[in-house]
Design a protein around this ligand. Structure first.
Ligand SMILES: Cc1ncc(COP(=O)(O)O)c(C=O)c1O
Length: 310
């Protein structure tokens, strides 16, 4: 919805990341637009310096969908500068990063609009599917209200082809009255767990996320890079009763759905993204982990007998 509201048309190109939930790219393809993939950096999020080079080389590129991945927050000063320098339409994917910030700016406040997800596993999960579009632009807000409601601008008057993308009232009421008031406390718990992991996991083959003091991550996920046998590490965790996951095991341009589509571009070698694909493991992180749970994750990581092979 936000891409449509911001004027994206079929055939337009949109710079985005190859390492994200497929939904990020699907939103672009569903408009009939063309994703243009640029590599990520050491944080796993799209590399803003590479993006700057791409926008400089190709002034016709106007649309940009960065993702604040894993609950991290991109450097918003840099994002703002790139947006201004190239007069871009930026739509921020904040599905994993509700509440994340960089210096005094919140994720989702730099672009023309942003999208958040209330999918149940998200930091602010509803009891079913849901999401929200954030914008400070009244024109985008008005069009989004219309598009989410079959393009209806007044009762039974359809100005354009919209869809049914309303947040249902039950989810909205639960979110506002019960779940949202707890979000700050849940975020603090996630941050405390991430702090424990970062301070206490020491292993030559486990690379922990590095984060600057300017960034306030909300740790939707806690991504490690395993510089040894990843499958063996995951088996070791499982043996200790610890669930893990990989975000993401396949880059978006390598998904079978895109092979049939063929309308995408890869603008830089996706070397760092491929490393994330091959090395990443997400440790358990959510507000309901007990201190004992966190201890056992730390101990299991530190006790792994694997070694660094990269
Ligand atoms: C980065 C990212 N973008 C978009 C989405 C899609 O959100 P939703 O499932 O609410 O449409 C997700 C959810 O998995 C996500 O993680």
């Amino acid at each position: 919805l936000s891409l449509r509201c911001a004027g994206l048309r079929p055939g337009d190109k949109v710079v985005t990341t190859p390492l994200s939930a497929f939904a990020t790219t699907l939103a672009i393809l569903r408009v009939g637009a063309v994703p243009v993939f640029v590599d990520v950096d050491a944080s796993g999020s799209i590399d803003l310096e590479r993006c700057r080079d791409v926008f400089k080389e190709t002034p016709a590129l106007r649309y940009f969908v960065p993702v604040h991945l894993y609950g991290r927050c991109l450097d918003l000063d840099r994002l703002q500068a790139i947006q201004n320098e190239f007069n871009l339409v930026v739509i921020e994917d904040c599905a994993q990063s509700i509440g994340a910030a960089f210096r005094s700016k919140q994720a989702g406040t730099v672009g023309r609009a942003a999208a958040v997800s209330f999918y149940p596993t998200k930091n602010l999960g509803a009891l079913g599917d849901g999401g929200m579009l954030l914008t400070a632009d009244p024109a985008i807000a008005e069009r989004a209200r219309r598009l989410r409601n079959y393009g209806q601008s007044s009762r039974y008057f359809h100005e354009e082809l919209g869809m049914n993308s309303r947040l249902d009232e039950l989810q909205a009421a639960l979110l506002r009255n019960i779940l949202l008031p707890q979000l700050d406390a849940w975020t603090r718990r996630r941050q405390a767990i991430a702090h424990q992991y970062r301070m206490r996991i020491h292993h030559e083959a486990l690379k922990l996320p590095a984060i600057s003091s300017a960034e306030q991550a909300v740790w939707h996920l806690f991504p490690l890079r395993v510089q040894g046998d990843r499958a063996a590490f995951r088996r070791h965790l499982e043996h200790h009763g610890i669930m893990s996951d990989v975000h993401y095991p396949r880059l978006i341009p390598d998904q079978p759905a895109l092979q049939n589509y063929k309308t995408f571009e890869i603008r830089t070698p996706l070397t760092e993204a491929a490393r994330w694909r091959d090395e990443e493991v997400s440790l358990p992180i959510h507000p309901f982990l007990s201190d004992a749970d966190v201890d056992s994750v730390v101990k299991a990581c530190n006790a792994w007998e694997g070694s660094c092979t990269r």
